[in-house]
Design a protein around this ligand. Sequence first.
Ligand code: SF4
Length: 483
Amino acid sequence: MLIILDNLNSHYEIEQLTRMFTKDLSVVYGAEKQHTEQADILTVSRRDKTVCAELTFNGKVYTDTLEADDSEDKMMLDICAAVYNMYTEAFGKKLAWGMLTGVRPVRLMRNLYKKHGDIEKVKDIFKNQYFVTDEKIKLCSDIFSLQKDIIDNCRPNDYSLYISIPFCPTRCSYCSFVSVGSTNATKLMEQYVEKLCEEIKYTALTAQKAKLNLKTIYIGGGTPTAVSAEQLERIMQTVKDNFDLSKVEEYTVEAGRPDCTTREKLQIIKKLGADRVSINPQTFSDEVLKAIGRKHTHQDFVECYKTAREIGFKSINTDLIAGLPQDTVEGFENSLKGCIELGAENITVHTLTLKRASNIVTNNQNNSYADVEQMLAKNAMLGENGYVPYYMYRQKSTLQSLENVGFSQPHHESLYNIYIMEEIQTIISCGAGGVTKVVGSDGELKRIYNYKYPTEYVKDFDTILARKDEVIDVCRQFGFLND
Ligand code: SF4
């Protein structure tokens, strides 16, 4: 598909919208480049106050003409609606999230609610302006209602601490994350842990100077348990020695992979103050696990989960992925049942995303994918077993443009997941790949980036510490630090 966008102020929305229907697209800007061999073409052009959209697809032509509104935002919405309607006719399918391309539908719902003050009006906008299905509107509004009190309780000087350990035992085939294989990185891991502990100490001082109150801690990755037990202990001891854990409301460690999460590491995690772990089967099918490059079986996961329970963790999250290669609707249902039977307090259901840097995509693997919408329909089982959806996000290139949803037993919602996804609380990040986000009381947001790769992080560590100082300046600028 070729898209020709002529004389428009904004292109992003139309390109993203098109990507939800076809991955095979190229874009040109301006009317003069219209000579092409391409058969399927979308042209959107603006002349003064008139916008013409024309789609040629499989030999059929669809057209629409719009009169431009005074507001550019409103006009872009109208253009996207016209294009979406042409695509649904041409491709013969509607999308569950309609023309919504954003990754945070709940935040959009919250913003619209702030503007209109009436949730029924907002649902009507989702249905009639964005063409979202009733089922997804309900999902979104259930999450919106559940999050309301949690979000209302956030104060501008609250923050969460994120610590990144970007190593993994092996690389999963669907992963595009910047994680380094731990088997050949012993020296780098040691250097990394040393610097990370320094950054954690420096962050504690920075947060003190900025008069911030720590609410949650999340150690993620990669796979934090890919480092040795001694290294994990050193990192978590540094956290304990430098932050007041007595007021922390939630402390999570991702013990994601059963192939490197030992009893000893789980004991260290518990001993040093974390009360929540995430242990991720992704699927209960050993064939599918093999197909995605995970070096553990479903039984390894079950044993790791039971060990975590024996050690005393009261809140355990299990991640599943719908749409994995070789999985089936029945297979996914079986995985879901497995997590429910174990009694996991949180079950997070991701939809497979085909990321450009993942092995699945770069190796051009010719996988067949079961109907992921049918898989997600099985999530109804979670509701029947007392789980409620509590946070959600979407990603680009997700199968059928569907969503990732965290489900929780009552009162086990992960606060950190809500804070990070809704971007309503400051998150200070340590480690490679970490992004600090300082959030102001009116929703202003300033991002401060750490280096992406552990090698750069270790090599240019002084820059990392210097960037931490910016947190104090931004807090001052946002008006919640007066000194
Ligand atoms: S465990 Fe997670 S971060 Fe590590 S390779 Fe697999 S998907 Fe990527």
